[in-house]
Design a protein around this ligand. Structure first.
Ligand code: FAD
Ligand code: DHB
Length: 390
């Protein structure tokens, strides 16, 4: 089997890249370890930056996002018993949409299928060969049959646990990592929204976040021990914790409902450079991870493949390799900005067991600053909507 671009992984990075390449007349094949049903039902991110919304709309896969997603012009920061609003649109002219990642994936899969794209689900034993040559290949097993996909380029969009990153020789890789000693307990709740906008809450018991999915389903998170088990958390215990952290002094209370999903995720910051070796390029979580506090992971995957699609277009249309050669450096500017923002938000909003009372007062002072200084609020808003690096 042969194609121009072989893509490993059908997450946001892999599927969007395949879609963008198709619109540019470049062929690709996507190889995915999980089933279509699995990728279309795994609950993950929810916040789409303005640039992500625009790209989905411009490339014809934004209709459902526009109809079913919730356009938000700001969010709230809750701390010390009060709530203060960050007006994203007034400060930056941009906004965000809350629309679940798996819904984006459904839209992208549908677009690829409608265009006759090659998507292989349930593949196993994926390995990459000859990335130092102009004819790299991917070996994989599908339906019990071993196959080889010959291509011009291999793009590793296989997430943090994939095989692509390890294919770059260790001597050429520099990994930067910070693991946080806490995680997020995520719940899905059948209830009407408790708030018109997202609430990020700092409380001495720990961080909490109130987000949404639809008029009837709400998404909430609270800081927890990453080693804890969801089985230790009855619904009553979860609600007591969420109320303690989010309910405001002026009597606003979270609306409870049936909790129908509970998960715990760990949190870390990670960047692997370089993102390119020979004919292998990494995009999305395969190259970098952010803690979810800044809502950047999915959006970074999107910005990586936007850069890569333009570079591949220059290669095929104009016989240029300069954009491909610059890919890692170009993408890393945005990645490091998002890494810093996510780290900063995480450190400001969470209960830090290594923080002295002095540092805890600094957290509150910083929250006072970003919610009272227009300059500080603008810097936060630019990062949140993804306008801090063009
Ligand atoms: P993935 O989505 O991980 O996709 C990789 C794909 O590759 C997977 O489908 C996997 O099955 C497949 N794969 C792996 N190995 C192989 C292999 N060997 N062969 C073939 N296929 C393989 N980001 C935001 O922007 N906003 C948010 O609000 C946000 N909230 C989050 C909340 C939670 C609870 C979590 C867990 C994450 C959140 N994120 C958020 C992060 C976001 O979900 C990820 O950054 C995003 O999924 C990255 O996309 P990706 O395509 O790079 O990787
Ligand atoms: C959601 C996730 C995030 O990480 C975040 O910062 C905001 C919202 C969500 O899943 O809705």
């Amino acid at each position: 089997m042969r194609t121009q671009v072989g893509i490993i992984g059908a997450g946001p990075a892999g599927l969007l890249l395949s879609h963008l390449l198709h619109l540019q007349g470049i062929e690709s094949v996507v190889l995915e370890a999980r089933s279509r049903e699995q990728i279309e039902s795994t609950i993950r991110a929810g916040v789409l930056e303005q640039g992500t919304m625009d790209l989905l709309t411009e490339t014809g896969v934004g209709d459902r996002m526009k109809a079913e997603g919730a356009l938000h012009h700001g969010f709230e920061l809750a701390f010390e018993g009060k709530r203060r609003r960050i007006d994203l649109t007034a400060l930056t002219g941009k906004s965000i949409t809350v629309y679940a990642q798996h819904e984006v994936l459904k839209d992208l899969v549908a677009a690829r299928v409608a265009a006759g794209g090659s998507l292989y689900f349930n593949v196993s034993d994926v390995s990459i060969a000859d990335i130092d040559t102009e004819a790299p290949s991917i070996r994989f097993v599908h339906d019990g049959v071993e196959q080889t996909l010959m291509c011009d380029f291999v793009i590793g969009c296989d997430g943090s646990q994939g095989v692509s990153r390890a294919t770059i020789p260790a001597a050429r890789r520099n990994d930067y990592e910070r693991v946080f000693p806490f995680g997020w307990f995520g719940i899905l709740v059948e209830a009407p929204p408790s708030s018109d906008e997202l609430i990020y809450a700092r409380h001495e018991r720990g961080f909490a976040l109130v987000s949404t999915r639809s008029p009837n389903v709400q998404r909430m998170y609270f800081q927890c021990d990453p080693q804890d088990s969801v089985d230790n958390w009855s619904d009553d215990r979860i609600w007591a914790e969420m109320h303690a952290r989010v309910d405001s002094a002026d009597g606003q209370r979270l609306i409870e409902g049936r909790i129908f999903q509970k998960t715990i995720v760990g949190m870390r910051s990670f960047v692997s450079t370089t993102m390119q070796h020979g004919r292998l390029f990494l995009a999305g979580d395969a190259a970098h991870i952010v803690p979810p506090t800044g809502a950047k992971g999915l959006n970074l995957a999107v910005s990586d493949v936007r850069i890569l699609a333009a570079a591949l277009r220059a290669f095929y249309r104009e016989d240029r390799t300069d954009l491909l050669d610059a890919y890692s450096e170009t993408a890393l500017k945005r990645i490091w900005r998002a890494e810093h923002f996510s780290y900063w938000m995480t450190r400001m909003m969470h209960r830090l067991d290594d923080a002295s009372p002095f540092e805890q007062r600094l957290q509150v002072s910083e929250l006072e600053h970003v919610t009272t200084s227009r300059a500080a609020a603008t810097a936060m808003a630019e990062n949140y909507v993804g306008a801090a690096v063009v």
